[in-house]
Design a protein around this ligand. Sequence first.
Ligand SMILES: C=CC1=C(C)c2cc3[nH]c(cc4nc(cc5[nH]c(cc1n2)c(C)c5CCC(=O)O)C(CCC(=O)O)=C4C)c(C)c3C=C
Ligand SMILES: [Fe+2]
Length: 445
Amino acid sequence: MTAPPEPARAPQVTRRGLLGLAGAGIAAIGAGAAGGFATARATENPTAAAASDVYEFTGAHQAGITTPAQDRVHFAAFDIVTDSREELVELLRDWTDAARRMTRGEPAGELGTTSGPYDAPPDDTGEAEDLSASGLTLTFGFGPSLFTDAGGEDRFGIAHRKPDLLVDLPHFPADALEDARCGGDIAVQACADDPQVAVHAIRNLARIGFGKASVRWSQLGYGRTSSTSTQQVTPRNLFGFKDGTSNIKSEETQAVEDQVWVQPEDATSTDEHDSAWLTGGSYLVARRIRMTIETWDRSSLREQETIVGRTKHTGAPLSGGDEFTEPDFALTGRGDEPLIDPASHVALAHPDANGGARMLRRGYNYTDGSDGLGRLDAGLFFIAYVRNPATQYIPVQNTLARDDLMSEYLRHTGSGLWAVPAGVPTGSTTGGTDGVFVGQALFEE
Ligand SMILES: C=CC1=C(C)c2cc3[nH]c(cc4nc(cc5[nH]c(cc1n2)c(C)c5CCC(=O)O)C(CCC(=O)O)=C4C)c(C)c3C=C
Ligand SMILES: [Fe+2]
């Protein structure tokens, strides 16, 4: 099977144009938008055209997981700098309202960049003024430290609601983690097809959160390294290989249920411990993985393909077939040697080697310039969504770190695990003191 080419993007309308039209047709955006761009008809109404690159913020699940992976990411991990539960809730309300606006291609605040008081900071920073929504999605996750901080304090009265699976990831062999790229109370994944739109979104959330949340670390990424829909062409990572071929795709509805969304039976529900609020959500794993590009570039094509277990040109498994043929790990060649090396990346990461466990990968290439020695500081900002990190991520990463031929070329420098709550229900009102907010169920007794 060969994936069809990506669909062409319909014309776009900028948020400056939308401000004057607020309320006109924009409310229609989102109806029927499950997993894809909102389905507005091409009419005379420019807001309808704008809807072509809008993913609705509300829904049963947060957007940005099964949504077709966009081209860019700005991922930010925030620390909550207030100890007040009320202020945390206020922050989540304000972020939810701003997120809903920005994902529609509107300014972050009601008054926009220049319609507010002359003597007050603008309600939006302005750099996305002439840009469309660009498929922006904003996905929020709660880290273990939000529930119990480093000193063991339950700052927000939610420790008894921390899911058992939400823990700091263990140390993996050869981890080279930098504290300044790890953890964070709340993670926000901003994905868009325009980097300025993704950066604008995080910048405005940080501005809105001033005094309550501060950015702990953030990472920019480009060139998605996964497909999350069969409609997308498989992209390539910085080793030059197709990446995402056997990823969970949104069209695999059973696999998405089984492997991505937290199910009601996953929760504990007692007076002492209640994690039911996470039902319909997921777990987000992020790893900043530096790739030693220069060494890789000096290795032979044979070695590169052996390491991956697939061909560089088509992405087919070394056991034969085309890109989407299932690998045959038992097939042997000359000297009775398996055609796919058992220590190759694909052999070790495959569900057959991991009790059937899969993950929805949604990572990006990154390049943060060069180090002082003239080597690219580049690699993969790995993002995966799983229903259960203890069975779907931790054992796989342990195996890869120990045995994967590829690990010689990798250094894990950043890391985090967050619980991603379900979506803000469609039709709910956001903003103000009684607006619905992302993760609200966590704060309801
Ligand atoms: C712990 C999980 C994984 C990490 C970390 C990881 C890093 C990593 N991967 C590549 C390149 C490729 N990965 C591919 C497949 C693949 N990788 C993982 C998991 C991790 N990768 C899984 C579960 C799979 C799918 C296995 C399967 O079902 O067959 C591939 C092959 C193409 C594909 O299916 O996507 C490539 C290429 C790099 C470069 C990297 C770290 C920088
Ligand atoms: Fe991989």
